[in-house]
Structures are given as C-alpha cells and as structure tokens.
Design a protein around this ligand. Structure first.
Ligand SMILES: [Zn+2]
Length: 432
C-alpha cells in the first residue's frame, strides 16, 4: 500500500520496536527474532473511519425501518447509556474489529445523557486493553424535536457545555504526532440533530486545538428533503456555508452526492467514510465511490454502528465495497486491490494519519497476517484477490505498533468469551 502499490512475493517485513524498519523480498535481513508466516498474505492493519461502538448494545432493532424511523425508535433506548455499558459495548466492538484485521478505529460517540460521566474514557480504556489505536470523538446534538430536530429534547445538550467538555477531553486524551494510540476528533452528529451555530463553533474549536472534524452527511433522501425545507439548500451546500468543506473534515456516508458535490469534496480536500453495509441495511442507497475516487476524493471504509450493521467486521466491508461498486457501476468499477486500499491507506488518509495504512520504512508496525491454507482459498492463484473475494476471515495474527494483539486467530490481551458474557449482561438493560 505504498504509492506504487508494491507487492513482495515471498517477502519479509522487518520490525524494530514500534515501527517498520524495512520491507522487501529475497534475502532476509539480520534479525534478533524470526517468525515464519507460512506463505500468508500480510497487509497493513485496516483503518475504520466510522463507527458507534455503543450500538453493539442494540442490534437487530427496527429491522425494516429507514434512517429517521430507526433513529426515532432507538434514541430513547440509547439514552440509557452509562460508562459501564459503554465499556462493555466498546470492548465487544473493538474485539470484533481487531479480529477482522483492524488496527486503528475511529468512533463517533454523540449520545451524552445529562449527568453520565466517563463515557469516552470508558471506550478509550477498552481500546488500550485490547491493544488497538483509537480516534475517539466528542460528538454532540443540540437540536431537539421542539426546535425542529430529530432527537428527543432530553437527549440534546447545551452548546457551551459541549464545547467545554470537548476542550477538557482534548487536553486529557489527545496525543499529537505519529504513533499516537489515542486521539480525539470533534464530531457534531448531523444536519438534523445539530444547530448551524454548534457546527460553526465546533469547527472553530477544532481548528484552534488542531483536531480533525467529522459528521454524518447526505445519508438519505429524507435528509436532503429535511435540509431543503429547514435550510433552503441541499446537505453539501449547507456544509459549505458553515465552513465545513475543508481538508480537516471527513463525512460519513455521502450516498447522495451530485457531480457538483463530488467536485466540491475533491477541490476542498474533504474526506468520506464509505459505509456500504449500513447504507444497504437502512435502504439508504449506494455511494458513488468510483466517481469520488476518479475525482480524487479521499475515501475510507467504515463499519458504522452495530445497530445498522450488526457486524463490526471491517474486512467484510472491504468485500462489500467491491460488491456495491460493481452493482452500481459495473464489473470494472472496483478491483480487489482498490477495495483493500480503501480499507487501509484510504482510511489512513481520511483520518489524516500518514503514520499508518501502509507497510513502509518508518511507518507504525501495524499489520494483519492472513493465512491462505484454509478451505476457502484453495485454487486461488492470486492470494491478494483471494482474501478479499473469499472474505471475510479472521487474521492469523494482528500486530499494532509491534505488539501482537491477535495470535492464532484469538485475542492476546483479552478473553473473547468473557467480553461476550459481560456484554450480554449490560445489553439486557437495553431491551424492552
Ligand atoms: Zn453513523
């Protein structure tokens, strides 16, 4: 996943401490320790660009609903979230992601019921324990139903409180620079749950603190109708007016972009988190990713929350991105290597992380080892295309900054069965 897309058949990877010291093929360099990978495919660790970890607590709800109906059913249930349940949810989602080859996770948390402390700290703690990098976000909603928004009034916050809390979390959690394990983004939720003023003030704060900006955008046609009615313009134009089309911003979904919108994204450097499974699950449509890539838009992949994609499997999303691109634009619309690039280098570019996403000298030693000895890859003469087209599968090994996080297809620092059991105990509080 370097600029040239180099592949090293019969290759090796030399790791020193937390970084890649060299990568190549042929005679191996001197090393203190050697691990034989038995002909496996090694890829950079996948980078997830959109998620809501807390939603693992509420899977399979509103099964046939569109986005707005689904949200209206789920908001009151989500208002039960607290630090304990957030911790259980995050451990589950992060474990699923690690077991799908993901080494860097962005999470968009925007449900902050009044008086519940420590929600972001809980998910950061879970990421540290499992061993993956996290870009957490202080999301927000301040446009309740009585002011024309979608969320119930009891779930929206005061603008000043949001900004103060964001600044506190940035000071407490955000690590600048390469190799960061924990970072913070500023992420007001969506045009139908946040006021224009909070969007503008969030952008000003993020730019003062040097944090990236994220929001949901152009997910459904209902959202477009909502923006036309309330703001007199379509979602991308609305974002443009607020100063939100810029190279420190990425938006989730972007299913309903016009040719002009795509050109604006490309020209401004605005990134996109493509979440194909969630978009299909909610019947939202399929984002024009081929057109975005041709225009030069930064695009990465996201599993999205587990209430609209029950599975936090980012490697499945790589395959899904290939399938939906071909379903929309024909069989040449996306190659297996294009799809793999979206899930790795593309995601890193979306998060503005040039320290991850590729295996090159000086990059973080974040990589996934995919065995090719199993039933599903027999007869595959192209193992790279094989792991994508026959996916998803668990990596044999996952390494984050030189630390082995998954070994023999199991978590190293945590117990999968215990996580699942603890999660079920918390999830019971979200039923009925
Ligand atoms: Zn989302």
């Amino acid at each position: 996943m370097d600029d040239a897309g180099s592949e090293h058949e019969g290759g090796w990877l030399l790791v020193e401490g937390e970084t890649v010291a060299a990568v190549g093929a042929g005679p191996e360099p001197e090393a203190a320790e050697r691990v034989d990978l038995h002909g496996a495919v090694v890829t950079p660790g996948l980078v997830n660009t959109h998620h809501h970890l807390y939603q693992t607590l509420t899977r399979t709800r509103a099964q046939e609903a569109d986005l707005f109906t689904w949200l209206r059913e789920l908001y009151p249930i989500w208002s039960r979230i607290d630090a304990e349940s957030e911790y259980a949810a995050a451990r589950t989602g992060l474990a699923e992601l690690a077991l799908s080859g993901c080494t860097t996770v962005f999470d968009h948390h925007y449900v902050f019921p009044r008086g519940r402390e420590g929600l972001l700290e809980a998910e950061v703690q879970a990421a540290r324990e499992i061993g993956v990098r996290i870009v957490a976000s202080r999301g927000s909603m301040d446009l309740g139903v009585s002011d024309g928004g979608l969320p119930p009034d009891e779930l929206v916050e005061d603008l000043d409180a949001v900004l103060a809390e964001t600044e506190r979390l940035a000071a407490a959690l955000h690590e600048p620079g390469p190799g960061a394990r924990v970072q913070l983004a500023v992420a007001p939720c969506s045009p139908f749950s946040v006021t224009g003023r909070l969007m503008e003030e969030s952008a000003a704060l993020a730019r003062r603190l040097g944090l990236p900006l994220h929001t949901h955008l152009a997910e459904t046609l209902e959202e477009e109708a909502y923006c036309l009615e309330l703001y007199g313009c379509r979602p991308v134009e609305y974002l443009d007016r607020l100063g939100w089309l810029a190279d420190d911003v990425w938006c989730a979904h972007c299913v309903h972009l016009s040719e002009h919108d795509i050109a604006r994204f490309a020209g401004s450097g605005t990134g996109v988190a493509h979440c194909p499974t969630s978009n299909l699950r909610l019947g939202a449509g399929v984002a024009p990713v081929r057109d975005m890539l041709d225009a030069g838009v930064r695009v990465g992949l996201g599993v999205d929350g587990s209430a609209s994609n029950e599975r936090s499997d980012l490697f499945f999303e790589v395959k899904q991105a290939l399938l939906v691109a071909r379903g929309r634009d024909g069989s040449a619309a996306m190659t297996a290597r294009d799809a793999l690039r979206l899930g790795t280098r593309g995601g890193a570019a979306v998060l503005r992380r040039d320290d991850v996403g590729s295996l090159e000298r000086g990059k973080c030693a974040d990589f996934a080892v995919w065995g090719v000895d199993g039933l599903e890859l027999g007869g595959a003469d192209d193992p790279v295309a094989g792991i994508v087209l026959a996916g998803p599968s668990r990596p044999d090994m996952l390494v984050v900054g030189g630390d082995v996080v998954v070994s023999d297809r199991a978590l190293v620092h945590a117990d999968e069965a215990e996580i699942a059991q603890a999660h079920r105990a918390q999830a019971r509080r979200f039923t009925g």
